[in-house]
Design a protein around this ligand. Structure first.
Ligand code: BG6
Length: 495
């Protein structure tokens, strides 16, 4: 696992090549992350960036875009000459020939080795083509003086077979060790802390299993709607957009066995093992374990917001889900019989990502004359965002003569405890890719396992008769999602 420290001297004079340089991801995430890394002296002076895109920006236009995107970082002006632009068609070999020349000339001018990091920030359907052409033009090979790596972003395919195809397309030009698949949730400090909590403390391990844990709940609630991303979201939906990647990643960190070492291989092996143990429902079983919903207009923060079907670029008869709740089972010794509930939705009352470990209740309450009616089960709540906290909920005696017991919480808050500033996920991940640390990236087999889990659900959803429940924006999803838990005697914990 990467450790925060000044690693400036460890990073060679690399050239970062961003395909999709005029796009949203580049200006919102990649350029600010680069600027911030420079500001914190994590990157050497010789570090260069080449933006590749179809628009006729030129070096000047690209540098303007860099200044706008990274305006809040002081040193960006100092390094602006390190940014270059190449206009080109991603599907034409001549673009890659020009890129080779530009790379050679930058490396010669700056007298660096040939370390190159390609970042595919384009639409995913171009990943296969770009990596093949990088291969064909000889750019995918690592030379004697430096490394060659490639970063791609989710979605990694659309289903198991397209994900397998993407893997094999990329493997024709790049080895698995050269490929860095980003899931930005793994770059979050609180997600990494799931491992620290579980594997640096002795008190949790003995109770982290079916003998003590009654159920596990993972929630990724978003307050935002689809905004200007309607066109993209229509083909994605909550299942592919959040569950297949971010939620199954969080789930695997919460439920996996302890890795022998904090190395990429050990951690990825354990994640694959637990994902392999997730029971894959048959298409017929999906209906009794899954609730799908779509938001209609409602009120959030006293403001009227529109329904999903009224959003820009969304069909007025859309069947795309903006909410999914599911009951999963993990068939191994640790988790057999423990329901794992997961849910995600847009336009929920508040943004909230959390994991709730709910423990079994005390077998008998010996108190006479008092009341334990307000006593809930013990819970360990791992709050990932926006609050970064860990809460332990337990029973305590209310002051007074009788034994009135009530649930109270003990709280650890990141903000109150640490003065160190949390890094943005992209800063962490780009730096790790530059350092060759693959711990926080996905291996090809993890991606395939995750698709295998969601595929039957995806197929069940494509049946027009599969229920799609409306829920008002500003609520915690359709009431059917509560019934999903009530049927087994459980209920959702909202903060
Ligand atoms: C992205 C999804 O991967 O994650 C978005 O495509 C979603 O739809 C976003 O809003 C959530 O990320 P975060 O970090 O805000 O929880």
């Amino acid at each position: 696992m990467s450790i925060h420290m000044n690693r400036k001297r460890q990073i060679e004079g690399t050239t970062l090549v961003i395909f999709g340089a005029s796009g949203d991801l580049t200006s919102r995430k990649i350029l600010p992350a680069i600027a911030s890394l420079w500001d914190q002296e994590q990157l050497p002076n010789e570090f260069s960036v080449i933006g590749v895109a179809r628009s006729p920006l030129g070096d000047e236009g690209f540098r303007r875009l860099v200044m706008e995107s990274a305006a809040s970082w002081d040193s960006i002006g100092t390094y602006i000459e390190n940014f270059h632009y190449l206009q080109g068609d991603y599907t034409s070999i001549s673009t890659y020939q020009s890129l080779t020349k530009l790379l050679d000339s930058i490396e010669q001018t700056r007298q660096t080795g040939k370390s190159r990091l390609f970042y595919l920030a384009t639409i995913p359907s171009l990943f296969g083509t770009i990596s093949s052409l990088l291969g064909e033009s000889g750019l995918s090979q690592s030379g004697a003086s430096g490394f060659t790596r490639i970063i791609i972003e989710k979605p990694f395919g659309n289903d198991t077979s397209s994900a397998l195809k993407l893997n094999s397309d990329m493997h024709r030009s790049f080895s698995e060790e050269q490929i860095y698949r980003i899931d930005h949730y793994l770059g979050k400090e609180t997600v990494q802390n799931l491992l620290a909590l579980r594997f640096s403390n002795a008190i949790f391990e003995p109770i982290w299993n079916r003998n003590f844990v009654n159920n596990v709940q993972i929630t990724v609630a978003e307050q935002i709607g689809v905004g200007h991303r309607g066109g993209f979201y229509e083909n994605a939906g909550a299942l592919k957009d959040i569950i297949q990647n971010h939620m199954l990643q969080v789930l695997s960190l919460v439920l996996m066995e302890a890795p022998a070492l904090m190395t990429a291989e050990s951690i990825q092996n354990e994640k694959v093992k637990v994902l392999s143990a997730v029971e894959i429902p048959s298409i017929a079983e999906v209906a009794s374990r899954t609730v799908r919903g779509q938001y209609v207009s409602g009120v959030i923060n006293s403001e009227e917001v529109k329904g999903y079907r009224e959003e820009r670029d969304v069909s007025s008869t859309s069947k795309t889900e903006t909410y999914v709740a599911m009951r999963l089972a993990v068939d191994n010794w640790r988790w057999a019989g423990v329901p794992i509930f997961i849910r995600t939705g847009k336009r929920m009352p508040k943004r909230e990502t959390q994991v709730v470990m709910e423990f079994n209740r005390a077998p008998h309450l010996p108190f006479i004359g008092g009341s334990a009616r307000q006593l809930g089960p013990n819970r360990l709540i791992l709050r990932i965002q926006p609050e970064e906290e860990i809460k332990l909920v337990f029973g305590a005696k209310v002051p007074g003569q009788d034994y009135n017991i009530r649930s109270v919480a003990m709280n650890f808050s990141y903000a109150d405890t640490f003065k160190e500033v949390s890094w943005d996920a992209y800063e962490r991940l780009i730096l790790d890719a530059l350092l060759g640390d693959r711990t926080l990236f996905l291996r090809s087999d993890e991606v395939i396992k995750a698709w295998e889990i969601v595929e039957p659900i995806q197929r069940a959803f494509s049946d027009l008769d599969f229920p799609l429940y409306p829920y008002a924006a500003g609520t915690y999803g359709p009431k059917e999602a509560s019934k999903l838990l009530q049927s087994t005697g459980h209920y959702w914990h909202n903060s």
